[in-house]
Design a protein around this ligand. Sequence first.
Ligand code: DGP
Length: 216
Amino acid sequence: MTTRGALIVFEGLDRSGKTTQTEKLLKYLNENGKKAIIQRFPDRSEPLTGSTIDNYLRNASCINQTKEAIHLLFSANRWLLRQKIEELLKEGTNVIVDRYSFSGVTYTLSKGVSKQFACPPELGLIRPDAVLYFDVDPAVTAKRGGFGDEVLERTDFQQKVRENMKMFENQSYWKKINANETIDEVHKNVCAIVNDLIPKVATNPIESLDEKDFGL
Ligand code: DGP
């Protein structure tokens, strides 16, 4: 029987260490004979939406500018890759995702948009098997290299995102990772979760996000 891959999402504030850890996990899985790829969101190379999102993140003068339209663009960016992700999972590839619907919803809520507007576009995207949430105090990330380069990297805004992320704490797939630990410690914790996860979900059906995921 063909077994499917796991959908492993990394979430967290800007500069919480997600990207470094996705790369370390990819290397670890490949070295252990497991098929895996990384999919980053927003995917700035996606032909329809990528360059518009990139332009917004680098140049927007105000984070409240066009917030609803930007929200839908980020969501469309994920929808445009849904089928590819599903095909990879079905052929047995583990898909490591750097940001997903949980950033989508919490970043937009933090701009003051309602939950009723923010959540529905995510309904129907593939439900992750695990979300590794990199929890870190924004006062710590603000001191990390590169912080402040893009429009949403402001400590007060990041604090709001951290508060809003708490809405997912009770989901069974939500795994909080202490992102204040060293890179090697965090990697060890990530590998332990993923090693346990992959065989557990291998014969599970692929499911979609629904109202329960967002408390609607
Ligand atoms: P990154 O490439 O991971 O550094 O993300 C770029 C920025 O965009 C970061 O500040 C988080 C934000 N972001 C990522 N995904 C979404 C989304 O779906 N919606 C909104 N509003 N912001 C997002």
